[in-house]
Design a protein around this ligand. Sequence first.
Ligand SMILES: Nc1ncnc2c1ncn2[C@@H]1O[C@H](COP(=O)(O)OP(=O)(O)OP(=O)(O)O)[C@@H](O)[C@H]1O
Length: 312
Amino acid sequence: MYAGEPAIEAYGLGMRYRRGWALRECSFRLPAGRICGLVGPNGAGKTTLLSIAAHVLQPTNGSISLFGEAPGSVESGRRTAFLAQEKPLFRRFTVAETLRLGRELNPGWDQRAAEDIIRAGNVPFDAKISTLSGGQRTRVAIALAFGKRPDLLMLDEPMSDLDPVVRHEIMGTLLAEAAERGTTVLMSTHVLAELENVCDYLVVVSGGGVRLAGDVDELMSVHTLVTGAKEGDGMPSALALGRHTLVESRTSGRQFTALIRPEGRVTGPWDINAPNMEELLLAYLRSPDAPPLITPTAQVHGQGFGTGAVAA
Ligand SMILES: Nc1ncnc2c1ncn2[C@@H]1O[C@H](COP(=O)(O)OP(=O)(O)OP(=O)(O)O)[C@@H](O)[C@H]1O
């Protein structure tokens, strides 16, 4: 693996269910070795995207590759692990039997890594899956995914039924694993605050399309949060009509707050701050019509992203 090699490259990906399009013209690149948060409102297409990458679903159009290979290939199957929301485990198996199955199905299986995760939660190895709590089952599913020692780990809201202490512990294991082995992680979540110290890459989807994608530092550095006194009923026209790109503006009492992508220096009688990750994500989630932004590392080669693309 070399720095910048794409772990995932999606190009013009579309998925149409009977009710309509869940993904449309979805294109982005995730370089290898990054920990990427996949964020979007309910129904945005996150599970659909992960399921296509994990070869659970076939896209209606477009393509996606994992380390340059199609999702169904032997090579990408060997190198990737997917932890789905439903966590399909055999209910009649014990925890030990479940790990044994993992060992038999995966040539690079790491029994110790899997057992360590089970032990950290004090889950009995001889307990049947059907007798475990939701959170304990999640822990077993996470142990299975980690035991595979994948190069790419895809997780669909993995922590939703874990208590905060366990979430913290599993996140720590995930980060240590990724740092030690250079594992690429793509993780969908609604818990924005949890992403702040974990992710160094972000993909935001909304309405089936990519709204924001790229390196966290780069995304943060091109946004500014402006707060000040309202002008009339809204934000100052100097900001609203200026050359800056407005992502979102809100008013409360006599104040306005705007997240912008500034063009040059922002000058005015306002407080000007860098947003934190949660503020950045919330602004894009609340404004699905904001112009998209795909930074150069997240652009698929040969694709002209036009509006919103940051100059390389
Ligand atoms: N099997 C299906 N048949 C028909 N429509 C579906 C199916 N699965 C998903 N959809 C629709 O596709 C869209 C995207 O769904 P998806 O589950 O990918 O979103 P999501 O971003 O994962 O949402 P959430 O945050 O609620 O988990 C939604 O409108 C959903 O209703």
